[in-house]
Design a protein around this ligand. Structure first.
Ligand code: ASP
Ligand code: MG
Length: 422
C-alpha cells in the first residue's frame, strides 16, 4: 500500500462527464489498495472566466489594490471542483471528503495572486486517510497568517499537489495533464520530439524556467527541495487501463542520476518569446553602472534575465539585458526618465522581436564542446546570436524571433534528440 497524490488539471475536470471519469480512475487506485489524496484544478476556462468577471465590474480590478479580492474570486473555481469530485467519488462507492486550502490548512504568505506556501498541516488529512477516506484538496489556494484566502499564481495547482505530497511524505505525486509527459522539445514545433521516460529534477527546473510550460516552476522547486518523486502523465488514457502500466507511464522527475536514466548529453530544448531586449547605449565604463541601471529596474519590481556588457571603447560601453515583454515599455520609459540623465548615457534602444532558445542537460557538466556545437549549428543556418548565457547544465542564446522554430529544429537534430537512446 502506498500513499499517492493525484493532481488533475482543468481539462480533466472540464465537465461533469470528465469529473466522473476522474472519480473512476481514483477509485481504481483505491481498490488497488492505495491511500489517495487528490488535488484538482478549477474546471477548464473557469479561472479566466472568474477573473474576467472582476474586470467587467471594474477595469482596474487587476490593480494592486484589489489583489486580495481577486484571490477571493479566483479561488472559488477550485472549491467547486473539490466538491464535485467528492460527490463523484461517493457515487463510485468511495468515501471522500473535500477541503478548501484554509481548512487543511495550507498556510501561505500574504503575496496575493502569487503567494508562496509556507507550511501544510497534515493532521486532518492523515486522520481522514486513516479512516479510509480519499481526501480531495483544492489546488491553487491557501490561507495567509491573517486568515485571508490567497492563490499561488496561474498554474499553481501543480505546486499545491507537490507541496501536499511533500507534507504527507507521499510515495509519489502523479500530475495528470493534457500532455503525456515531458518531451525533448515542444512536439508542435518539432514533430520528431520524443517523450522522456525520466528527467532529472535539475533539468526539469531549467526546462520549466526556460519556457517549457508542462509544470509550474514552483512545483518543480518543491519537488526538488523535498525530493518528492513526481510523474507527469496523460489524463486522456481510458480510466480503466491497467494500473501498473499507468503507474509507469509519462515522465518521472527523478533524483537519481543512475544508469537507468537516459544518458544523453543534452536532454531537451526549451524556448520562449516572452522576452524583449533593451540596450543602454554609450554608458560610461566605470564602477557602479550596472547597479545604477539594474538597481532602478529592480526597484520597479521588473525581473531581468540575460545581461551582457561589452568591452569599452574610449571609456564608453553598451549594456544590454532582457525583461519580460510585458515589462518592456515600462522599462524603456523608466530608463529614459531616470537613468539616462543621471548616467549621461546616449540612448536606450530595444528589440521586442527576439526569442531565447536553450539546450539543457546534466551531461553538459562532464562534456566539453557542447556550447560550441550549439553555436556551430546556428551559424550553419546563418542565425545570428545576439546574447549568450550559460550555467552548468544549460546554454541559452537570444536570437531573432523569426528563426526560433528553425533553430529549435536544427538543434534537436544536431543533438540526436529524435533518436531513442539505448
Ligand atoms: N485554476 C488555476 C489556473 O487556471 C490553477 C491551475 O489550474 O493550476 O491558473
Ligand atoms: Mg497547468
Amino acid at each position: 500500500m502506498a500513499l499517492i497524490v493525484h493532481k488533475y488539471g482543468g481539462t480533466s475536470m472540464g465537465s461533469a462527464e470528465r469529473i466522473k471519469n476522474v472519480a473512476k480512475r481514483v477509485a481504481k487506485w483505491v481498490r488497488a489498495g492505495h491511500q489517495l489524496v487528490v488535488v484538482p484544478s478549477a474546471m477548464s476556462g473557469e479561472t479566466n472566466r472568474l477573473l474576467g468577471l472582476a474586470k467587467e465590474i471594474s477595469p482596474d480590478a487587476h490593480s494592486d489594490s484589489h489583489l486580495r479580492e481577486l484571490d477571493m474570486i479566483a479561488s472559488t473555481g477550485e472549491q467547486v471542483s473539490v466538491g464535485l469530485l467528492s460527490i463523484a467519488l461517493q457515487a463510485e462507492g468511495v468515501e471522500a471528503v473535500s477541503y478548501a486550502g484554509w481548512q487543511v490548512p495550507i498556510k501561505t504568505n500574504s503575496a496575493f495572486t502569487k503567494a508562496r506556501i509556507e507550511s501544510i498541516d497534515d493532521v486532518r488529512v492523515r486522520a481522514d486517510l486513516a479512516a479510509g477516506k480519499v481526501v480531495v484538496i483544492t489546488g491553487f489556494q491557501g490561507v495567509d497568517p491573517n486568515g485571508n484566502i490567497t492563490t499561488l499564481g496561474r498554474g499553481g495547482s501543480d505546486t499545491s499537489a507537490v507541496a501536499v505530497a511533500a507534507a504527507l511524505k507521499a510515495d509519489e505525486c502523479l500530475i495528470y495533464t493534457d500532455v503525456d509527459g515531458v518531451y525533448t522539445t515542444d512536439p508542435r514545433v518539432v514533430p520528431e520530439a520524443r517523450r522522456l521516460k525520466a528527467i532529472s529534477f535539475e533539468e526539469m527546473l531549467e526546462m520549466a524556467s526556460l519556457g517549457s510550460k508542462v509544470l509550474q516552476i514552483r512545483s518543480v522547486e518543491f519537488a526538488g527541495k523535498y525530493r518528492v518523486p513526481t510523474r507527469v502523465l496523460s489524463s486522456f488514457t481510458p480510466w480503466d487501463i491497467n494500473i501498473d502500466e499507468e503507474a509507469k507511464s509519462g515522465t518521472l522527475i527523478s533524483f537519481e542520476e543512475d544508469e537507468k536514466m537516459e544518458q544523453a548529453v543534452v536532454s531537451g530544448i526549451a524556448f520562449n518569446r516572452d522576452e524583449a531586449k533593451i540596450t543602454v547605449v554609450g554608458v560610461p565604463d566605470k564602477p557602479g553602472i550596472a547597479y545604477q541601471i539594474l538597481g532602478a529596474v529592480a526597484d520597479a519590481n521588473i525581473d531581468v534575465d540575460v545581461i551582457i556588457q561589452n568591452v569599452s571603447h574610449d571609456g564608453k560601453t553598451d549594456f544590454s539585458f532582457t525583461v519580460h515583454r510585458n515589462d518592456y515599455a515600462k522599462t524603456v520609459d523608466l530608463l529614459k526618465a531616470k537613468v539616462l540623465p543621471a548616467l549621461g548615457a546616449a540612448d536606450v534602444v530595444g528589440d521586442q522581436k527576439i526569442c531565447k532558445v536553450s539546450i539543457v542537460g546534466i551531461g553538459m557538466r562532464s562534456h566539453a564542446g557542447i556550447a560550441s556545437k550549439m553555436f556551430g549549428t546556428l551559424s550553419a543556418e546563418g542565425i545570428n546570436i545576439q546574447m549568450i548565457t550559460t550555467s552548468e547544465i544549460k546554454t541559452s542564446v537570444v536570437i531573432d524571433e523569426k528563426y526560433m522554430e528553425l533553430a529549435v529544429r536544427e538543434l534537436h537534430k544536431a543533438f540526436d534528440l529524435d533518436q531513442p537512446k539505448a
